[in-house]
Design a protein around this ligand. Structure first.
Ligand code: MG
Length: 267
């Protein structure tokens, strides 16, 4: 009995010592009234929740505009399945044509500039920009250049972090964004030491990858890399990533994530 008590106290102490991960709303806080993925409303609602960050996806249109959309098709297949609406391929279509089809909540597809303008309206919540993969490295360089320029135009260099699946995009961000801008690699196929060698700030890997390689979390921390994980939505998975001491959690369920963090972590 005494042993059990000691064990229980030790467990409480170890859980109490967990640092608070930062919560990032995946494609904004979309699972709420009037919102939808990658909409201005989703960013606004993430800001209202006081989240650390709101993630969004960006693509370059055929006429060189940067839109906030997951792609590659609009509407996204997860949303407009079987609804009989003709879909457009974002990177191969012009902005006007893409915008003929509204988002689920009635908004028109936002431009990155409109998203940056909304980011400016709140002093806290950061914008986590995922630069999607494009057909050629030249196009990826083009979107990175334009994005970095726009972020500077809006004075948001300290409020924007980047993530990408393509190493090339990470390298171009490292070359063109201000020094020390957070850049994390998404694709889950590189070990911590390789990512460290890329010269970027961290990994942002799928939950399944970290479940398979839980040691990577501590290895990253030893190397000075940050650890973000996507997209963690249910309670069991959220509890696991919190216990593992990740730095960021990207989730469709930010309210539950916040609640569990408050319950499990010290300030
Ligand atoms: Mg994304």
């Amino acid at each position: 009995m005494k042993k059990l008590l000691v064990l229980a106290i030790a467990l409480c102490v170890s859980i109490a010592a967990i640092a608070q991960p930062k919560v990032i709303a995946h494609r904004g806080f979309h699972a709420t009234d009037g919102s939808c993925r990658n909409s201005i409303a989703a960013l606004q609602k993430a800001q209202e929740l006081g989240l650390y960050g709101s993630e969004c996806d960006i693509n370059l249109t055929k006429d060189g505009k940067i839109v906030v959309a997951h792609g590659s098709m609009h509407p996204d297949k997860s949303v407009y399945k079987d609804k009989g609406i003709k879909r457009v391929e974002i990177q191969k279509s012009k902005l006007a044509k893409i915008r003929e089809i509204p988002l689920e909540n009635g908004e028109q597809m936002p431009l990155l500039e409109e998203y940056l303008s909304q980011t400016q309206k709140d002093p806290y919540t950061k914008l986590i920009i995922e630069i999607k993969s494009h057909a050629t490295p030249a196009l990826e360089t083009k979107i990175v250049k334009q994005t970095v320029k726009l972020v500077a135009k809006y004075g948001l260099q300290e409020r924007v972090e980047y993530i990408a699946f393509r190493p090339w995009v990470c390298f171009e961000l490292k070359r063109l964004a201000p020094k020390n801008t957070p850049i994390a690699y998404l694709n889950g196929d590189y070990k911590p030491e390789y990512v460290k060698g890329m010269g970027i700030s961290g990994i942002d890997y799928k939950y399944d990858v970290l479940k398979k390689h839980p040691k990577w979390i501590k290895q990253c921390h030893k190397l000075g890399l940050t650890v973000n994980v996507w997209t963690v939505n249910d309670e069991e998975a959220l509890r696991w990533v919190i216990e593992q001491g990740v730095d960021y959690i990207t989730t469709d369920n930010p309210i539950l994530a916040k609640k569990l963090i408050a319950e499990m972590c010290t300030k």
